[in-house]
Design a protein around this ligand. Sequence first.
Ligand code: LMR
Length: 339
Amino acid sequence: MKFRQTALALSAVLAVASLSQTARAQTDKPIIINFSHVVADDTPKGKAALRFKELAERGTQNRVHVEIYPNSTLYKDKEELEALQLGAVQMLAPSLAKFAPLGVGEFEVFDIPYMFPSKAALRKITDGKIGAELLAKLEPKGIKGLAYWDNGFKLMSATKPLIQPEDMKGLKMRIQASRVLDAQMRALGAFPQVLAFSDVFQALQTGVVDGTENPPSNMVTQNMHAVQPYATLTNHGYLGYAVIVNKRFWDSLPSDLRSALDGALKEATRYGNDIAQKENDTAVATMAASGKTQFHTQTPEERKAWRTALAPVAQSMEARVGKGLIDAIRRETESLPSD
Ligand code: LMR
């Protein structure tokens, strides 16, 4: 904790250092991209970040070095956004649920329950005009959005079986800092509690919270299944990321390096998005085999009951994320089949 505070206090110094790095771009010294994130290396995001490092270093003949700091080793959720704006790190891939502190609450549209009937529907949005327009909203904040990375659809886990939506009543549930996720838990009668990702395991272990929601890959790599005896494969919402960079840093790169990095990122994005589903499927199998968590697959009736319970969330969040945006996504995706 103390280290993190010190790290932030040093941000201004590091920002100056990062600008002087820019000035050094024409010399022999490599340019360093510090890439901070909060999950394990062995997750879709962790693996995509490592692939980006490999491709970026090769593609620039080592004129750029990418230093990856996984698992909140450098910064926790909110701090990493501040660090990026200050230039203390150059690259992040925060979950789309965490962009509101930058003043861009529209990203929380991705948190609306059952917003995307399938990965194909999601991809149509992130790869299309809406995805590009959302990333463009970051530019006035000094941030450039470069890509969308998948994790996957979320399950609900807790200390008790979650079969009907009523089973959520009264449970303390950890959420990411998103107003839509807050509304989602309240719609189920649960008590949402915002916690940084790095604090979740301990909060579950000590009973500070009773449960949480996550894609399976995040759950298994943080060992949450050791302290969550029940999980339901609800697939009620999506968790993915935007890869973002400090705009001043990015714009100051020599154009040949920037295009090599663009290429590396495109390939890392393809790779990460290709493996994400399999990583999550494997995570469920691993946790089920451990015998520590009992997984429940919903019947069509149960799924319908959860959908009904969560249906009011979209409407109640129209003012937050924009009715126009919700309607536009629905128009683009309604004809696509569900997974
Ligand atoms: C969470 O806080 O649950 C996730 O955003 C962590 C992550 O980056 O996948």
